[in-house]
Design a binder for this molecule. Sequence first.
Ligand code: SF4
Ligand code: SF4
Length: 269
Amino acid sequence: MAESEKPKIGIFSLTGCGGDQLMILNMEPVLLELLSRFDIKDFQEGSSYKEEGELDIALVEGSVSTKTDLERLKEIRERSKMLIAIGDCAISGCVQAMRNGQMSMAERMKKVYGVDEDYYDVLEPKGLSSYVKVDLEIPGCPIEKDEILHAITSLLHGDMPEGIDYPVCVECKLNGYPCVLVEKGMPCLGPLITAGCNARCPGLGLDCIGCRGPIPEEANVAAEVKVLLEKGYDEKYIFNRLRFFGGNFEDVQNLTKKFSEKTEKEEEE
Ligand code: SF4
Ligand code: SF4
């Protein structure tokens, strides 16, 4: 196929660790074959070559955490027919969203360094869909190689891949793994978290820390908190755990807010 007939693709990073682009580069057995199907216009971790202009597909990792990120995202959206958020940072802000709703960077500078300065162009870290239309979200921290491969090959065939709307527990049960929450009392977040990792952690006897993020509009955060409280975990531990990958989820924010207000009141008394 001539270069000009191939779909034009760009793979971009905003604020994050770059792990999702690395996962694409780590797909060695299929990488060259896969990339040969595209006309690659930008792939920060793969090549220094860059070309401006219209794109058929933009894959974007990283959260919008600065005004610079936001400008860049808008430019990418403008030039792309399809925009795909890859990884939790791009979907929900991920670990950098833990600080959201707490205090501004200027307040933090004051509290930590005692200076009245606001050096950074920071925003509260958020996913791409808070600012622009996103056509598809592929979760993970980092993304799963099989999932991104499936998504890209589906798109090459003109199909839109379906998202996953069931929890890690489903894959855990399908694999026949013992439940570490029920049997060992470990603080597993599997009931809240989007499946797709084949229940990797419970399969290793570990509890899920939620790296694929809560299932949008499905995760029952209050029920999980109740179970973990009954298992003897304290509220602070539970809320910090939930905020690790769920800082921008409304139910997590509401529960955290209630908890902070209660703690402040207790401290005043
Ligand atoms: S171990 Fe975790 S993911 Fe597996 S069934 Fe239990 S709660 Fe769900
Ligand atoms: S089990 Fe949970 S923490 Fe482990 S890979 Fe899957 S979603 Fe991430």
